[in-house]
Ligand binder design. Structure first.
Ligand SMILES: [Zn+2]
Length: 445
């Protein structure tokens, strides 16, 4: 047997022989052996495991051409528990995360009830711990009930385990509330994550405002509805000297504003989703509800700016915005369809295409999915170096596979990439020395 069964601790020693190990935070990109013992990386180096052979206590993984990264970190996922467990729950969401190479998942608070309390935050953490899979880090709400009015008890939420605050799904519209949120959160060193959307400019919007929305006769969500909030928030963050993080940046204007603010030393970070890097509003020409997302898919010029912003570090992180929905929410008219698509299992395989195409250096992609998001959320970043916690993902960059419902661990299937052929496959995910995912083993449940 090549791998230990999913969910078990390695009997003793797991050896990756001659893999291309990439960890920009450790200045590592080399063909090495990597050895995992007792939940830790015990050796990294050329032929470092040549004395180890497969046996009762040692498993050797030999995959010529495979790449090994630190385990991935997702800053932005919707796991739907509590309240909509039919779409996803902690168990299925974390299985999907493991299948996508993630070892840390930050979950957004727009559940039912909203995670604006210690009790929900603690419940989420306790459930995830009991599963013994990958790590879950709740993001709590900025305002009570995400109503945009009264601030949550951030000290209490941080103490319970929340790693950031966000009203994601809705924008904190009031400048006064946003100012107070930035001030209050900064006293606990919690990043404030904004869903930047001026709702007065997007009422009834179905998609990006542009020539496609005109052609389809649909109400548009103009870029400027994002840009005005990002611009205002950057001014507020600069004024109060607080950390500010922009969720799912989708416009060229936001990238420009963030780049400018960073050059002036404003403490801002940002994330972009795989779908905003890969798709444009033209994907909606067939009224495909799987392509309805919030913020909407934009134009080629925005995609270009997002790619450049990610490559040069203006955009720090890639985050999935994994947003599971069932058929009742998606197999309806576009106007009725819920926004969002799943992303945990497809993120890395899809984005390897940008690396192959020369748009994005591999080291930048790995950083944007490991150390950079860990820094935003204040997590110990997975590292590929001796002595580090063994959080790893093994990838076969040349393996081709088809995205099919039966292959996905998520409870939901809402992705426009269904049926697509993808090059690059997650082979193995290891979290704290435990194999939490192995390709081709066990039926998804
Ligand atoms: Zn959002």
């Amino acid at each position: 047997m090549l791998y230990a069964p999913v969910g078990t601790r390695m009997t003793d020693v797991l050896v990756f022989r001659r893999v291309r190990a990439v960890d920009p935070a450790a200045s590592l990109d080399a063909e090495v052996d990597v050895v995992v013992e007792d939940g830790k990386v015990s050796r990294v180096g050329r032929d470092a495991a040549k004395d180890l052979v497969s046996g009762a206590r040692v498993r050797v993984v030999e995959r010529p051409g495979a790449w090994l990264f630190p385990g991935l970190v997702d800053l932005h996922a919707h796991l739907r528990e509590p309240g909509a467990e039919g779409k996803e729950d902690i168990a299925s969401g974390l299985r999907a995360a493991a299948a996508g190479g993630f070892v840390d998942v930050c979950c957004m608070p727009n559940t039912r009830p909203v995670n604006d309390s210690r009790v929900v935050t603690e419940m989420l953490i306790a459930k995830a711990r009991a599963l013994g899979s990958v790590r879950l880090h709740p993001i709590a709400a900025i305002t009570v009930g995400q109503k945009g009015e009264r601030l949550t008890e951030m000290a209490d939420l941080k103490d319970a385990g929340a790693v950031a605050v966000s009203d994601d799904g809705v924008c904190v519209t009031s400048s006064h509330v946003m100012r107070r949120a930035l001030e209050y959160a900064s006293t606990f060193d919690l990043p404030v994550i904004q869903h930047a959307e001026d709702h007065a400019l997007t009422e009834g919007a179905q998609m990006h405002e542009g020539h496609v929305s005109t052609k389809l006769g649909l109400r548009g969500w103009p870029r400027v509805a994002e840009d005005v909030i990002v611009a205002r928030d950057l001014l507020l963050a600069e004024y109060v000297g607080a950390r500010y993080h922009v969720a799912h940046v989708s416009t060229a204007g936001s990238v420009r504003l963030i780049r400018d603010a960073k050059s002036r030393g404003v403490s801002v970070t940002a994330e972009v989703t795989p779908h905003h890097l890969l798709l444009t509003h033209e994907a909606l020409l067939g009224y495909d509800t799987a392509c309805k997302v919030n913020p909407p898919l934009r134009e080629a010029g925005d995609v270009e700016a997002l790619r450049r912003g990610l490559a040069d570090g203006t955009i720090d992180c890639v985050a999935t915005d994994h947003a599971p929905h069932g058929v009742l929410d998606k197999h309806v008219e576009l106007a009725e369809a819920a926004p969002g698509m799943i992303g945990l299992e497809l993120c890395l395989p899809l984005l390897l295409g940008l690396v192959r195409g020369g748009t994005l250096p591999l080291s930048r992609l790995v950083d944007a999915l490991t150390a950079a998001p860990a820094r935003v959320a204040g997590l110990d970043a997975p590292r590929l170096r001796e002595g580090a916690r063994a959080d790893l993902v093994l990838v076969d960059p040349a393996a081709r596979w088809k995205v099919e419902p039966a292959r996905l661990r998520s409870k939901s299937r809402n992705t426009p990439f269904m049926g697509h052929d993808v090059e690059g496959r997650i082979e193995l995910t290891v979290c704290e020395g435990r194999v939490v995912y192995a390709a081709g083993t066990g039926a998804p449940s």
